[in-house]
Write a protein that binds this ligand. Structure first.
Ligand code: TLP
Length: 351
């Protein structure tokens, strides 16, 4: 199977498995797992923050971050297609008692003027703004990358108003690769950043939440409340350390493969895509013009050994990663071309 449903599907590398086998462990709820402690130190250093916390998932990292920065009854400003708003089972409401104030954007990138417009000061009629959330890279907008100037402007202006900014940097390493900056530079203006070890970096499990020491100390308690206090988690952290050390250098290849897919898709009749926008490992495209629904394309590709999911309607998403090489991408492209060509041939009127 050529599995392009997500970069979450990668299997741990042999180095990761070896590190997991040999990991020194202890009880992390007592703070005694040396491998987790090392991972948290490394992650904090990479993100340029005082401290970091190892959490089982990106969803838990975002959930804790929102709780850290808000009070019940406040609003969280985010892009309308943000993961925190659409794919985290209303955790901002369930755990933090907040509602989203979503902003429509063309590419998932918020600009300060839009954010400023949505900020609500205390008033008897509405909920005050508690937090601004930005997603970098932006998943459903197609792996788009925040320009550093926008991050800085949003954070500087928010801070001047006493508001905090959380960055969902599930794929911040992809952003760093694409814009030629360090993760530290990208995360610096934000108060907290969450990034995933288990997406493009390929670790089997885990994400990091980084921020000020005081915030991360509180985050540790929220993680326990959410049932995320893990014990000998060093076996997982060991793979995370390998992911941090080795995986970022392979991301350029994932991005080249995504661009290859995007250019190939642009040449297939009935598929709509703005190939020039693809800069990282996520490719979003619309199959409406092929005469097939997104689900039909998905099912027919599966019969040919290719897994790609529908996001919404006839819009599909594929994500490149280290378990599918260039040849795999070319095979996937050929399968998409075949499936859509057949549909068009069978729909053509008989002469
Ligand atoms: N994204 C998953 C699905 O949930 C859509 C994927 O396959 O891409 N932030 C962003 C931007 C994400 O893309 C994801 C996962 C998360 C947070 C949550 O991470 P997990 O799955 O570890 O909870």
């Amino acid at each position: 199977m050529i599995d392009l449903r997500s970069d979450t599907v990668t299997k741990p590398t042999p180095e990761m498995r070896r590190a997991m086998l040999e990991a020194e462990v202890g009880d992390d709820v007592y703070g005694e797992d040396p491998t987790v402690n090392l991972l948290e130190e490394r992650a904090a250093a990479i993100a340029g923050k005082e401290a970091a916390l190892f959490v089982p998932t990106g969803t838990m990292g975002n959930t804790i971050a929102i709780k850290l920065h808000t009070r019940h009854g406040e609003e969280v400003i985010c892009d309308a297609r943000a993961h925190v708003f659409n794919y985290e089972l209303s955790m901002m409401a369930w755990f933090a008692g907040c509602v989203a104030r979503p902003i429509q954007t063309s590419d998932g990138i918020l600009h300060w003027e839009q954010v400023a417009d949505a900020i609500r000061p205390p008033d008897p009629h509405w909920a005050p703004t508690g937090l601004i959330e930005i997603e970098n890279t932006h998943n459903i907008a197609g792996g788009t990358v925040y320009p550093l100037e926008d991050i800085r402007e949003i954070c500087d202006q928010a801070h001047a108003l006493g508001l905090k900014v959380h960055m969902d940097g599930a794929r911040i390493f992809n952003a760093a690769e694409a814009c030629g900056k360090t993760v530290r530079e990208i995360a610096a203006p934000a108060d907290t950043v969450m990034f995933c070890l288990s997406k493009a970096l390929g670790a089997p499990v885990g994400s990091m939440l980084a921020g000020a020491r005081e915030a991360i100390d509180r985050a540790r308690l929220y993680r326990k409340r959410l049932g995320g206090g893990m014990r000998q988690a060093g076996v997982l952290a060991a793979a995370g350390l390998v992911a941090l050390a080795q995986s970022p250098r392979h991301l350029g290849e994932d991005h080249r493969n995504a661009r290859l897919m995007a250019r190939g898709l642009a040449g297939i009749p009935g598929i709509q895509i703005d190939a020039a926008k693809v800069r990282t490992n996520i490719v979003i495209f619309d199959v409406s013009g092929t005469g097939l629904t997104g689900d039909e394309v998905s099912a027919r590709l599966k019969e040919r050994g290719v897994l790609i999911n529908r996001v919404k309607g006839n819009v599909m998403r594929l994500v490149t990663h280290y378990d599918v090489d260039r040849e795999g991408c070319e095979l996937a492209l050929a399968a998409i071309a075949e499936v859509t060509a057949r549909a068009q041939a069978s729909a053509a009127p008989v002469a």
